[in-house]
Ligand binder design. Structure first.
Ligand code: BGC
Length: 334
């Protein structure tokens, strides 16, 4: 009798352990597949809306700024904002996160329209159920309700004009771009091409892809300098490209022979500008994009009029501008 009771207890304990481990793996498995996208708010707090921001790459410093802006607006307007997406840029995972966000019945999705081929059909499907705002990169041919971000063609054009000015119209340029397939990267390259087209002294020697990775950008730079010794200028079209280029140029002590223009004003880019390795960068406004994407989404849901295309500011920054900014900050802090 005693033995059989012990057996029952042992069995029950075993079954409980089994169930607990099943629950753990289901939960854990869900977390992995969903890129940490909780099914619903479990904090018990009440929110007005629930939005998801899907970036190209979670831990990218540029996207962390977009997240910061979005979180600030979310806080101010009682919005539960989730930041979910691929840990490293990956188009399939990106699309999957959008699908899963739609399935988990959020109130709105904010994401890039990276490519017409893959993003437009999905965005059109999502928009039948809930609002989608594109951010940073537009899928202009989709049914997305609005776009907020840089005018990517214009920003590339600006880069081209800056390069002409800084090199006196004499340069053999290598372009390192984030991805060949991404709309905004194509536009940044096209804008640049159009700006330098009529300059006889400027030739575009090659266009390579970094897959938005700094390490890849560095590898490609090394390869370009080996394969095309005539290259004396680089144009990096996504946030980490110029940093990768600068690392190699610095390492081989070619600072005075190679001109670099990049994108964004992340701390490392600014460091290389101060040092004189990077000569110029196209500044975007990721924080503002994030912030305004949330307020625009609220306006859309509440039936207010929202402009379908909102371009945030873009401008060129060089060492002199950086110095001026530091002086202004110092003045303001006195
Ligand atoms: C682009 C983003 C991209 C990031 C990659 C930025 O310049 O606007 O779309 O994900 O670079 O580092």
């Amino acid at each position: 009798m005693f033995m059989s009771r012990l057996t029952v207890v042992a069995y029950t304990f075993g079954i409980l352990c089994f169930l607990a481990s099943c629950a753990f793996s289901v939960f854990y498995g869900y977390k992995v597949v969903s890129h940490d996208l909780p099914a619903e708010d479990q904090t018990g707090e009440k929110y007005n809306y629930h939005f998801v921001l899907v970036p190209e790459e979670l831990d990218n410093d540029y996207w962390r700024l977009v997240e910061e802006g979005a979180k600030k607006a979310a806080e101010e307007h009682g919005v539960l904002l989730e930041y979910a997406g691929p840990r490293q840029a990956n188009i399939d995972e990106h699309l999957k996160t959008i699908e899963m966000s739609m399935a988990s019945k959020v109130d709105g999705i904010i994401t890039q329209g990276l490519s017409d081929e893959q993003f437009t059909p999905l965005i059109n499907r999502v928009v039948e159920k809930l609002p989608v705002i594109t951010i940073d990169t537009d899928a202009a041919n989709s049914d997305r309700m609005a776009y907020i971000g840089t005018d990517n063609y214009y920003s590339g054009f600006l880069a081209g004009k800056a390069l002409i000015e800084d090199t006196n119209g004499q340069a053999n340029v290598a372009i390192i771009t984030g991805n060949y397939y991404a709309n905004h990267q194509q536009q940044r390259v096209q804008g640049f091409r159009d700006a330098v087209e009529s300059e006889e002294g400027i030739t575009i020697i090659t266009v390579e892809e970094s897959e938005i990775s700094r390490v890849r950008a560095a590898e490609k730079t090394y390869q370009i300098l080996t394969d095309y010794p005539e290259v004396d200028a680089f144009y990096g079209t996504s946030a980490l490209d110029a940093i990768g280029i600068a690392q190699v140029v610095d390492k081989f002590r070619k600072q005075n022979q190679v001109y670099i223009i990049g994108f964004d004003s992340l701390p490392e880019t600014l460091k290389y500008i101060s040092k004189g390795t990077i000569q110029a960068t196209v500044v975007q406004e990721p924080y503002e994009m994030g912030y305004r994407s949330v307020t625009m989404m609220i306006d859309l849901i509440e039936g207010k009029k929202v402009s379908p295309v909102v371009h945030t500011d873009t401008r060129i920054m060089r060492a002199a501008d950086l110095l001026k900014r530091k002086e202004d900050e110092w003045e303001a802090g006195r």
